[in-house]
Design a protein around this ligand. Sequence first.
Ligand SMILES: [Zn+2]
Ligand SMILES: [Zn+2]
Length: 231
Amino acid sequence: MRDDICTIPVSEIFEKKDGCPICRMRDTIEERMTDYILGDAMMEPDVRIETNKTGFCEYHYGKMMSRRGRLQLALMLQTHINEINSGIFKKKLFNSDRKKGESAKQISDTCFICTKIEWGLSRMIDTVYRCYESERDFRDMFNGQPMFCLPHYERLLNGVSKKDMRRYGSEFAENLNRITAAYSGALYEDLSKYCAMYDYRSKEGADWGSSRDAVERTVAFLNGRSYDPDK
Ligand SMILES: [Zn+2]
Ligand SMILES: [Zn+2]
């Protein structure tokens, strides 16, 4: 499998100012991986060997089920199930219940797409630190972001190494804190307004302002996934 499926130039991601940039990175890799799995990956035996072992998580099975290309998915599932049948359920010596349970857990706990996203994301986040340390334009793009979701705020903040960001490490953390605190503060205001709009004393026809989608935006901030009621 080509590595460039899981990596995108970080400046491309940070040029936009729309939601959390790390979520954008993840979504881009995720889209590419899903297309790849339901397309070219069928022809690549090394990918099939891996997907046969790991399978996918609930979220990514759902994503693939919502796409076209059922035959590709069926072919992949066929060899995955075959591997499960011969690895777990076939009668053989020394295949204790404990061993069967462990093998089943291993499959349930692993997802090919999640693993690849994680691989690509950790590389790209290292590049974010490197670019922040060395490029002024990138610092401006980063500092101008409208938000970071809480999981990615945590990841960026905890991943900073003082060694790799000698000069700009504290400026990086300051901006990350400033942007995330401001966004979280604004969410509180919008949620308060939202709740007040339900109050029987609130005036009919009062303006919702930016509070209308406060619940959706708060959930997206807290878990790093947009809530889409149609999915
Ligand atoms: Zn995020
Ligand atoms: Zn997954």
